[in-house]
Design a protein around this ligand. Structure first.
Ligand code: DGY
Length: 426
């Protein structure tokens, strides 16, 4: 009976993936996000692999086919014309053969490719496809440390909130005070046509997203200049942990495939990053915090970005402290892991990244906790994720107090994560 229900849920998840599949890339959801998004695609590939391994490799290959010559992999690839999204290619004006945005997103590709390879039934196919991707992912990692860690501190900064994937997190509020809004060209949002405005970032936040975009565009999208020229430079522990995990995974994979130079470079990046991460630890919050690089201070904001580092090989006592933090939060929220601490008066259960639960984040946290022996907390997160699907369907994100589905519907990476959770639970 139970496995019948599981099979049925997996079949419904596959339906969502197929609906959003455009042949060689998958859109996150119709209307709200009609193009290819970077980290969405890499995590979606894990779901695709459960029923079509070759298609899963193609998903990541399509993304990397639009890598820039300097190594950066853009956060959106505008494969087709579609005016249901703003800001589209006519705003970004990055001057690429296929239009792309000009910023990047969490570097989850190294992790995803290793996982695809490790699980592949067709090892020959996997070795061939992985071998071709290795130097491209390595180039992206190199780009990060060259362009977003100009002083060689071991941690990279994001220069736009969209790069973190956690667009309107409370983490950015103080730094956003520094981002002006004068000169922002008139614009019409489209996201609020597809999702409830109360679940989305505010106009004040959008103005600043666009000011930064225009500022970088005026600098010709020259990555050698953007970091230092940005009034917004945040070292996000979650973003760095994903990059560190991907660097370590890429190193392992490169070793298996005999690519020793790539292995060595990525091992060194991961080790340096893990040492530097210590600077972001907060005993008071029992988790990591963001660092505002412009003023050199930690940001007093306990978000899920500071819990995500369990996805990388941080010291065991840090993992244990974060597991305890999650248990504390679980005493207050019906569903875990909320994107912000419920004790913070700025917590908002429904607004995008200011409180709601996201299954991709749950997946990475549970993966890290399970790997380090915190199986009970990991299982609790998995259970919460599966319960949300059963009660509220494949939403973009969920209210941690009520379980209400929020944002876009029939969401690709949510479906991919459900397949992952259910298959690993069996
Ligand atoms: C958006 O437009 O909401 C996106 O998150 C940017 O990537």
């Amino acid at each position: 009976m139970i496995s019948l229900a599981v099979n049925e849920t997996i079949a419904r998840a596959v339906e969502v993936l197929r609906e959003n599949d455009h042949g060689d890339y998958t859109i996150p959801t119709k209307g709200l996000y009609p193009f290819q998004w970077n980290w969405d695609s890499c995590l979606t590939a894990l779901g695709l692999a459960h029923y079509d391994e070759a298609r899963a490799w193609t998903e990541i290959e399509t993304l990397f086919a639009h890598q820039w010559p300097d190594g950066v992999v853009p956060h959106i690839v505008f494969h087709v014309l579609n005016d249901s999204y703003f800001p589209g290619p006519e705003i970004w004006r990055t001057n690429r053969p296929t239009a792309t945005s000009g910023i990047t997103q969490p570097a989850v590709a190294g992790f995803a490719v290793r996982r695809l390879f490790d699980r592949a039934k067709d090892k020959e196919l996997a070795a061939e496809r992985a071998r071709a991707l290795l130097p491209k992912i390595d180039a992206w990692h190199r780009w990060f440390y060259e362009n977003r860690d100009p002083r060689g501190e071991g941690l990279v900064a994001i220069i736009h909130p969209w790069e973190s994937g956690r667009d309107n997190s409370i983490d950015w509020d103080d730094a956003f005070e520094r981002v002006p809004t004068e000169g922002v060209e008139a614009y019409t949002r489209r996201d609020t046509l597809h999702a409830d405005p109360a679940h989305r970032p505010t106009k004040a936040q959008y103005d600043r997203y666009l000011w930064l975009l225009q500022h970088f565009r005026a600098l010709g999208w020259d990555n050698a200049k953007l970091h230092d020229a940005s009034p917004f430079q945040i070292v996000d522990p979650g973003f760095n942990a994903i990059l560190i995990r991907s660097a370590a995974d890429l190193a392992d994979l490169a070793e298996t495939l005999g690519e020793m130079e790539i292995a060595k470079a990525n091992r060194a990046r991961a080790e340096k990053g893990l040492l530097a991460m210590e600077r972001l630890w907060s005993d008071a919050h029992g988790q990591y915090l963001c660092l505002d690089r412009v003023i050199g201070k930690l940001v007093d904001s306990a978000s899920v970005g500071g819990i995500l580092p369990v996805f990388s090989a941080i010291p065991k006592p840090r993992i244990a402290a974060i597991a305890a933090t999650i248990e504390r939060i679980a005493g207050k929220a019906r569903y875990i892991v909320p994107s912000h601490d419920l004790d913070d008066p700025r917590f908002d259960a429904k607004r995008y990244w200011r409180g709601p639960v996201w299954l991709v984040v749950n997946y990475m946290i549970a993966d890290g906790l399970a790997a380090s022996g915190h199986t009970q907390v990991a299982q609790r997160i998995t259970r919460s994720s599966v319960d949300l699907i059963a009660e509220s369907g494949f939403a973009e994100y969920y209210d941690p107090l009520s379980g209400e589905p929020l944002g876009g519907g029939r969401f690709t990476w949510t479906a991919a994560m459900v397949i992952e959770f259910l298959k690993s639970e069996r």
